[in-house]
Design a binder for this molecule. Structure first.
Ligand code: GLN
Length: 536
């Protein structure tokens, strides 16, 4: 079958959840047996979000092939269980970089290089390349930003051109239908205006999905349909949901997948198989127990900064039929004086990934608390590095032990820069990124969790455990139990005398999906459940 291209645009406001709608539709089409791929086009000029502060743009998601991408790719993977790659996320910066490189190589010799057609052609090439390489039935391309933004114009123009040449395409426009409390009314005008903006740019949406806090009546749907030139059956609502995982089922009820297939002249009589998803939702909504886990980080003001970790706990919780309550704890405000008060009630402590020195002391205090009080602990990337630093200082007695990232002059650089990183000067896309194999030691806790010797996990770091000190650590009771054998890198540390103390240099959170929860998160939740039980 030829690839069908579905575009998801946004109007009225940002943050309406285009990514979740795109992921939900992909999920429904997949449940009907189709092969789908999600893609995100980001209108900013950064080549990728790797150098962006999480406060700016939320978490940076890392794919198998080591692309640093928008966090929506995380939703796509979690909802469809299909690994994404660099192809699935393209920014304005990347598009321009390619066009400018082509120009320098003489590819357009003789012509003036312009937004139309050069930039718009490059955008279309990126969209089609995804469909062609993966042999997909559907490519769902989400256009970041809001229609009317200067930045997104070339993307909308590329959609217009692509639609002109291919009838196998469809545009879904996601808008906001606000509720005015004073008059008790839902208002459609902003939707009308945003569709007009899209029309001015030559794109007629086929389906309008309205984000709303209240049910949208048939009359309002008809009104939107009339003003926006769509079928009344093509005006759908996306009502606020308890959890993002409800959205595929809610959109199924609204008939989004059916409407898409109908509009593309494809059969839609068969029902999608949503059994697994419904079971997941049931377990999510009716847990048999609960635990409280502290997530210690420095970007906690913004939930999106730790999106994948939080979602991995949702999956790991469901695997145990347990609700995981997450307390986001700002590491800058944790100190020896208040550790008991802030951490004493927790059933597990996770220290998050991160960069730079801010908040590092609080992370180390939290780890010391977890280690000394036998509280289940998981350290991810910088969290693992902090666990090594804490052990060096408090168990081995090396008081100024540190990572050279924070203190280049430490007498005990227990975390050092990776050899390959020492020759690199640029910042964008230069870390150790993406999937690498890791070999587990058979007598370890992690082996009993993964149940296999060879695993593969995704990375994003410049610094690593300093092997010079390995023997000292092992003698003192912290064991290295996972290695990248090719580069001789320590990937996992454990403290076997502790109830559950694991530090991982990689990011397990990038690989947890609804269909395949991550064993490490599931085991950590189980350890927290057991610990909670033991306190009774
Ligand atoms: N800053 C650390 C490093 O570069 C950890 C990175 C991370 O937590 N992702 O090695």
């Amino acid at each position: 079958m030829d690839t069908r291209y579905i575009f998801i645009t946004g109007g009225v406001a940002s943050s309406l959840g285009k990514g979740i709608i795109a992921a939900s539709l992909a999920n429904l089409l997949q449940a009907r047996g189709y092969k789908v791929a999600n893609q995100k086009l980001d209108p900013y000029i950064n080549v990728d979000p790797g150098t962006l502060n999480p406060y700016e743009h939320g978490e940076c998601y890392v794919t198998e092939d080591g692309a640093e991408t928008d966090l929506d790719l995380g939703h796509y993977e979690r909802f469809t269980n299909i690994p994404t790659s660099q192809r699935n996320n393209v920014t304005t910066g990347r598009i321009y970089m390619n066009v400018i490189n082509n120009e320098r190589q003489g590819k357009y010799l003789g012509s003036t290089v312009q937004v139309i057609p050069h930039i718009t052609d490059e955008i279309q090439t990126r969209i089609k390349a995804l469909g062609e390489t993966g042999n997909y039935d559907f490519v769902l391309t989400e256009i970041g930003g809001t229609v009317g933004d200067i930045e997104s114009f070339p993307f909308i123009e590329a959609v217009r051109q692509l639609r002109w040449h291919s009838k196998n395409s469809l545009v879904i426009h996601l808008t906001l239908v606000p509720y005015l409390h004073a008059t008790g009314e839902l208002k459609t005008k902003p939707t009308q205006h945003s569709v007009k903006t899209l029309l001015e740019q030559g794109v007629q949406p086929d389906i309008i999905v309205c984000r709303t806090e209240h049910d949208i009546s048939d009359n309002l749907r008809k009104k939107i349909a009339l003003f926006c030139n769509v079928d009344p059956t093509s005006v759908l609502q996306s009502i606020d949901a308890d959890t993002i995982y409800d959205v595929p089922l809610l959109m199924y009820k609204e008939g989004l997948d059916r409407e898409v297939l109908r509009k593309l002249n494809m059969p839609y009589d068969n029902e999608p198989d949503l059994t697994y998803w419904k079971e997941f939702i049931h377990k999510l909504k009716f847990p048999k127990s609960n635990v409280t886990i502290g997530l210690v980080g420095k970007y906690v003001e913004l939930n999106d900064s730790y999106k994948s970790i939080i979602e991995s706990f949702t999956h790991g919780g469901v695997a145990n039929e347990c609700k995981v309550k997450i307390e986001l704890l700002h590491s800058e405000y944790i100190s020896d004086d208040n550790a008991k008060e802030k951490l004493g009630h927790l059933d597990g402590i996770l220290v998050a990934p991160g960069f730079g020195g801010r908040g590092i002391d609080g992370k180390i205090v939290a780890i010391k608390y977890a280690r000394e009080n036998n509280v289940p602990f998981l350290g991810i990337c910088l969290g693992m590095q902090c666990a090594v630093i804490e052990y060096a200082r408090d168990v081995l007695g090396w008081k100024d032990a540190h990572s050279v990232e924070m203190n280049p002059n430490t007498t005990h650089p227990v975390i050092d820069m990776m050899e390959e990183q020492k020759k690199i000067s640029g910042m964008g896309g230069t870390m150790r990124l993406g999937a690498y194999p890791c070999k587990l030691q058979k007598d370890s806790l992690v082996y009993s969790i993964y149940q296999k010797e060879e695993i593969s996990e995704r990375h994003r770091h410049r610094y690593e455990f300093n092997n010079k000190y390995l023997e000292d650590f092992e003698k003192a009771g912290m064991k290295a139990v996972g290695f990248n054998t090719k580069q001789n890198l320590v990937e996992i540390v454990e403290v076997p005398s502790h109830r559950w103390f694991v530090g991982v240099q990689f990011h397990p959170e990038y690989k947890s999906t609804v269909k395949q929860y991550h064993p490490l998160f599931a085991a950590f939740v189980k350890a927290a459940m057991d610990y909670k039980e033991s306190k009774k």
